[in-house]
Design a protein around this ligand. Sequence first.
Ligand code: FES
Ligand code: FES
Length: 175
Amino acid sequence: MNQLRRIVRLKVNGHEHEVYVRHADTLLDVLREELGLTAAKRGCDLGTCGCCTVQIDGEPILSCLYLAAEAEGKEIVTVEALAGKERFSPLQRAWAEAGASQCGFCTPGFLMTADALLRSKADPSRQEIREALSGNLCRCTGFVKILDAVEQSAAKHREFQASENRSQTATEAGN
Ligand code: FES
Ligand code: FES
């Protein structure tokens, strides 16, 4: 087998990294074993469970099927960066409040898929959430609480936006 490695530059969670990768190394291999970012989980390693989901250029992708070398020049985001400077993102808080995690193994993958959905659509229907998450599997929760969490997060985000808009309107009316 050809074990030659080459340098690849990866931008992960806003940080540039130079890593030596073999041709067949997947993004999941590099995230977990070279960069120490272990939130993306190795479940099936076959593209069927969604546990390894991260975002590339805003789209959820299965990092166990994505060659690390192909991610060069793209924006890679893992669940480690989901909350930014906060401890938890609104979606993660909704997850906790809804009881959407049990063992938690599937959670990072679900969060990355759900986050991408909510960024592309602020008010998805229950069916749209179900379809978006259909590639993510959970053995523990029965999915209902996961769907609840995404709905609750979307509703809170809309409330926040509406209140921001009201404040903006009030400020403009006062000027
Ligand atoms: S580990 Fe990638 S889809 Fe299961
Ligand atoms: S919470 Fe255990 S697999 Fe989903």
